[in-house]
Ligand binder design. Structure first.
Ligand code: PHE
Length: 452
């Protein structure tokens, strides 16, 4: 039941750029280093890479197939491919996940805008780590500025989504992503040439499995899902915009590779500098906002570099936030028959309201905690470790057991031939390995260890 193509990406590079734009974002540059730092480094990285290959790529492939096959949004796709069954609940969960993710993500995205402003004013100049830490805390615990930046960021996101898929999403990602990669590589070089940097590399690459708990494994899985933008239908939505002649397997492998490369490079950028500065790798969400300005200061032309870097970081965040908002907008547009404009307005405004609560949880709402976690922490934790993890599980279950091998492979082959042995391996992973792996990690973390 292959459906005709609707409005979509105009070129093969367009979809790779857009999907990579969704994947590469704060998840790689902000979240990956601090979560890796909190979970002890090397062993976490290895488990993370294992999950990218065994779960990430199969889920991404499933999402592309579901989206392109059904030509529909995160929820509508399940209704079309499995009418009269409750599988659409996966889509519903994805749409809720979009609200949860964007609410806290836009907080951090807002911070990047403040850091652009600070870079323009050359405010990092002459500040040591303690001072940089202090300014970060002072800024994030405020109300007016962090909220204002968040609102501005949400307006930018809504603006691109409003412009529509081709004109908005594809155009920006194509040019800016390669520049970001280039700049990260330069910062890596600077970080590596700081005295004492080798300790950082050892931290990142030397595995000490004794430091890993089930929670740590769950965090690695959640981070892999978060970083690849899988588990909530963002890639189902984008999948519905992919042309029929685009090879899905190649696209998924390329997107996952770029995303993982940028995460690892971010680690190489942060940890050597961090150790050189004698900072704690488990410093939490402020990690890159303190470490990066320190590195920039030690670079010739540091201010210009800082300005460009934070602008590109904001752009990387923007190409991710648009893919999250697009999940909500495509759903409202296609299922609730709203215009793109109305859907973007309603989605954008309601997410912003939730987002403000996340932002204020660093300041006025700091003491409003559930199980020792602030609103921001809760959103951050459950989005990756609950919503995306279980979303990923249900998506592979759907592809493997409901959609079935024949339909899956038929869609996969539309863009070009696939080696039959490889095809069987992929189906086997989707049907058995990925669900068992996600299930085992979730059971281990939630039922054996319990929530920490
Ligand atoms: N992958 C994005 C990042 O790493 C975040 C994201 C998660 C985007 C889920 C879409 C869906 O920044």
């Amino acid at each position: 039941m292959a459906l005709p193509q609707k409005d979509g990406f105009s070129s093969k590079f367009g979809i790779i750029a857009a999907a990579a734009g969704s994947a590469v974002g704060l998840g790689n540059i902000w979240r990956f280093p601090y979560i890796t730092g909190e979970n002890g480094g090397g062993a976490f990285l290895l488990i993370y890479i294992f999950f990218i290959i065994v779960i990430g790529i199969p889920v991404m492939l499933s999402e592309f197939v579901i989206g392109r096959r059904s030509q529909s949004n995160a929820m509508g796709s399940f209704k079309k491919l499995a009418p009269g069954t409750p599988w659409w609940l996966i889509g519903m969960m994805g749409i809720i996940a979009a609200f949860v993710i964007l609410s806290f993500y836009s907080t951090v995205a807002g911070w990047t805008l403040e850091y652009i402003r600070l870079a323009f004013q050359n405010s990092f100049d002459g500040q040591d780590v303690t001072m940089l830490n202090q300014s970060f805390e002072e800024f994030t615990s405020g109300s007016f500025w962090p909220v204002l930046w968040q609102v501005i960021f949400m307006i930018l996101t809504a603006g691109v989504v409003l412009a529509g898929v081709q004109k908005g999403i594809e155009k920006y990602t194509k040019i800016l992503m390669p520049i970001l990669l280039f700049m990260i590589i330069i910062v890596c070089f600077r970080s590596l040439t700081l005295p004492g940097s080798m300790k950082g590399l050892r931290f990142l690459f030397e595995p000490h499995f004794d430091k890993i708990s089930f929670q740590g494994v769950l965090m690695a899985l959640g981070q892999a899902a978060f970083s690849l933008s899988i588990g909530m239908g963002a890639l189902i939505t984008y999948g519905s915009y992919i042309r029929k002649d685009t090879p899905l397997l190649g696209t998924a492998v390329q997107v996952a590779s770029v995303d993982t490369l940028i995460a690892i490079l971010s680690g190489i950028m942060i940890f050597p500098a961090l150790m050189a500065l004698g900072q704690d790798p488990a410093a939490g969400p402020g990690l890159v906002f303190v470490t990066l300005p320190s590195i920039f200061q030690s670079m010739p032309g540091g201010q210009v570099f800082a300005i460009m870097f934070f602008i590109l970081l904001a752009v990387a965040a923007l190409t991710s936030t648009i893919s999250v908002l697009e999940v909500v907008v495509a759903y409202m547009k296609e299922e609730l028959n709203m215009s793109r404009k109305k859907a973007t307005m309603i989605g954008g405004v309601s997410i912003t309201i939730l987002g403000v609560a996340c932002t204020l949880s660093f300041g006025p709402l700091k003491d409003f905690q559930i199980c020792g976690k602030t609103i921001f922490d809760i959103m951050n934790y459950i989005s990756a470790n609950v919503f995306l993890t279980f979303g990923a599980l249900f998506i592979v279950l759907f592809t493997g057991w409901k959609l079935g091998k024949a339909e899956f492979l038929d869609e996969l082959r539309q863009g070009g031939k696939i080696n039959p042995v490889l095809a069987n391996i992929i189906v086997f992973i989707i049907k058995y390995i990925a669900p068992i792996a996600v299930g085992a990690v979730a059971i281990g973390a939630f039922f054996i260890e319990g929530l920490t």
